[in-house]
Each structure stands twice: as structure tokens, then as C-alpha cells.
Design a protein around this ligand. Structure first.
Ligand SMILES: NC(=O)c1ccc[n+]([C@@H]2O[C@H](COP(=O)([O-])OP(=O)(O)OC[C@H]3O[C@@H](n4cnc5c(N)ncnc54)[C@H](O)[C@@H]3O)[C@@H](O)[C@H]2O)c1
Length: 322
């Protein structure tokens, strides 16, 4: 089997690459290295099973050629994270929408299945947790730039369903909740690697607002397991949306305390206003909890790693010098 992974040099993509190469699968990556790193896949660079294209999913003819010769496509390439969208709104929105359109167009043409990585951001300000896949999308105003990420992913989902209906695309939509683990960069506003690095260097741990907002963090290894379940039985999943996350909820303040304890850090936990970093355009959600009944029932998927396991793995990763 030959698999195309867009964004394969990124955090999540590179872990999937590791597992597929271990399974002796042929893997082709297209990544423009905007947030991804070659080091993430450096173990496999000499492996004949891996083919890397440093290019953009906006390159239509390359995408068409690659989709034609692969059997399954994981579409992860995207401007990721709120900070990236706030810093580069136009390029980010354009590449999220155009990139998905290029993938879906070629995948429909050659009848190739696509797994698309969407996001829990889609649920926006909806307060009715846990979120089921058919929950309403409640977004903020369009002049608040942070909603551009959720909106562009929502547009991609609309596109996916339109391609399914009108061109027979076999598409699977996965909505990932806060995915964390080794190789996640602290540079784009991701809270867990930021706290770990602050703790390891005894700097202040900067908690937004009063830290009572909560999240559910899933290990990237669990996410990769879910992808493999889907890859191994795609027929059950075509045309479906799946939440992928854990239901273990933690406040951001508790996360800061856990990380401080697990790193034996002298850091102080301080509270800051996110607007002081992001200027305008930032709005936060109080809670984001997935309902994972659907993926659990259909694909027998349950996350295995606890938050403490994840934090320990991230600490080990940063201590190893990456
Ligand atoms: N990490 C999370 O918590 C999370 C949560 C929800 C959804 N997701 C989704 O999962 C996917 C992977 O995210 P990640 O956390 O690994 O982020 P990441 O930034 O590490 O990975 C994204 C990869 O896509 C590449 N890329 C970006 N634009 C590209 C383009 N135009 N052409 C080719 N490559 C391009 C980047 O260089 C990077 O390697 C994304 O689609 C993201 O929206 C992630």
C-alpha cells in the first residue's frame, strides 16, 4: 500500500510516518516546512520506503500527480494553531481552503480515499460539552481573526461533503482535540510545550486569565492509533465525522501545577492577559470536551495514555535536546 501524507514533517504527521514505515508501508510526504521540520522524519530519510517532496499543497499539478500514484491520503497540511492564523490570516486561510480543494479534487478524480484532519476549534463557543459530532458550530465575529482557523476548517468540511455528494469522494473527517506529545513546537501558541519549556528553565509559567479554562489533552500516539484503526477499516468510516480526543479534563492552572511538579521546577506560576500577547483577535473557550462514543463504537477506539504520561514524554523529549 502507498500512502500520501500532506504535512508529514509536522508534529502529528511525522508520528504517523514513523508508524507506517515500521509497518513497511510506502510513504510519500509533501510538506512546505512552514511549521514542520525535516528533523522530525530524519530517521527515515535514507529509507527507500519514504519519498519526500518539499513543496506546497497549493501546487496543483504536483498534488494531482501524487494523489494519482498513492492508495490513501492523509491531509494534514494546514496553517495550524490560533497564533499562526493571527499572525498570517490571509495566507493561512487561503492555504487551508485551497489546499483541501486541491486534495479533494484529485482524490475524487482518481477515486482515492482521504482522511482529513479537522479540529475541535470548529465547535467554537458552543458551551454544551461534551461535543457530539452533530453539535452546532458557534463562532465569534469575523473581525476576530482567531475564528479564521475554525472557519477555514469548517469550510474544508463543507467542501469534503460537497465532493462526496457530487463527485463520490470517499472522505473521512477527524476532528482532533488538543493533541500533544514529543515534537510539538512551542512556537505557535501551544500551551503544553510552552509550560514544559518554561518550567525546565525555571522561568515564569504564564497562565492565561485565571487558568480555570479547561482542556482535554490526548497523546499523539493515541491519535496515530485512531488513524490506523481508520486506515485498516476505512469502509466503516467513509462519509463520517469523528471526534478524536480524551475525556480526561484538566484546567490550565492544574496543568501548570502538574508540569511544575513533574519537572521539579522553581518556576512561579503567573497569570497574564492573552490580549497582551495576541493583541486583538483573541477569544478563548472555557471548556472543550469531546464525546468520543462514535469512534469508540464504530472503531473500538479508546485512548490509552494519561495526562501524566504525556507530560513525562514531553519533558523527556525536551530534555533530550530534541
Ligand atoms: N495539534 C493539534 O492539537 C491539532 C488539533 C486539531 C487539529 N489539528 C490538525 O492536525 C493537522 C496537523 O497538525 P500538527 O499539530 O501536526 O501541526 P504542524 O504545524 O506540526 O503540522 C502541519 C504541517 O503542514 C505543513 N504545511 C503547512 N502548510 C502547508 C502547505 N501549504 N503545503 C504543504 N505543507 C504545509 C507544515 O510545514 C507542517 O509540517 C493540521 O491539519 C491541524 O489543523 C491539530
Amino acid at each position: 500500500m502507498k500512502i500520501l501524507i500532506t504535512g508529514g514533517c509536522g508534529f502529528i504527521g511525522s508520528h504517523l510516518v514513523d508508524t507506517l514505515i515500521k509497518r513497511e508501508t510506502n510513504v510519500e510526504i509533501v510538506d512546505d516546512l512552514s511549521t514542520g521540520k525535516i528533523e522530525n522524519i530524519s530517521l527515515h530519510l535514507k529509507n527507500k520506503k519514504l519519498n519526500l517532496w518539499i513543496d506546497s499543497v497549493l501546487n496543483k499539478s504536483l498534488i494531482d500527480e501524487l494523489v494519482a500514484k498513492n492508495d490513501f491520503i492523509f491531509h494534514f497540511a494546514s496553517a495550524v494553531g490560533v497564533k499562526k492564523i493571527l499572525d498570517n490570516p490571509l495566507l493561512s486561510i487561503e492555504s487551508n481552503i485551497e489546499g483541501a480543494k486541491n486534495i479533494f479534487t484529485s482524490a475524487s478524480k482518481y477515486k482515492k480515499p482521504v482522511l482529513f484532519a479537522s479540529t475541535s476549534e470548529i465547535y467554537g463557543k458552543n458551551e454544551n460539552v461534551p461535543f457530539k459530532e452533530d453539535a452546532d458550530i458557534v463562532l465569534g465575529p469575523t473581525f476576530k481573526k482567531r475564528w479564521g482557523y475554525a472557519c477555514s476548517k469548517a469550510m474544508d468540511e463543507f467542501l469534503a461533503f460537497a465532493f462526496k455528494e457530487e463527485r463520490g469522494l470517499n472522505v473521512i473527517i477527524t476532528r482532533l482535540f488538543n493533541t500533544v506529545g514529543p515534537r510539538q513546537s512551542e512556537s505557535y501558541g501551544m500551551v503544553l510545550p510552552r509550560f514544559v519549556l518554561q518550567s525546565l528553565s525555571d522561568k515564569d509559567i504564564t497562565v492565561f486569565k485565571d487558568g480555570t479554562q479547561s482542556r482535554c489533552f490526548i497523546h499523539v500516539y493515541d491519535v496515530v492509533d485512531a488513524f490506523l484503526e481508520i486506515l485498516d477499516s476505512p469502509d466503516k468510516a467513509y462519509g463520517e465525522i469523528f471526534n478524536i480526543g480524551t475525556t480526561e479534563e484538566t484546567t490550565i492552572l492544574n496543568l501548570a501545577h502538574m508540569i511544575k511538579r513533574l519537572t521539579n521546577s522553581m518556576s512561579k506560576i503567573i497569570f497574564i492577559n492573552p490580549e497582551s500577547i495576541y493583541n486583538t483577535g483573541f477569544q478563548d473557550m472555557e471548556k472543550r470536551v469531546p464525546d468520543i462514543t462514535k469512534i469508540n463504537k464504530l472503531l473500538n477506539f479508546t485512548p490509552k495514555y494519561s495526562l501524566e504520561d504525556i507530560i513525562k514524554d514531553v519533558i523527556k523529549y525536551f530534555k533530550s535536546g530534541r
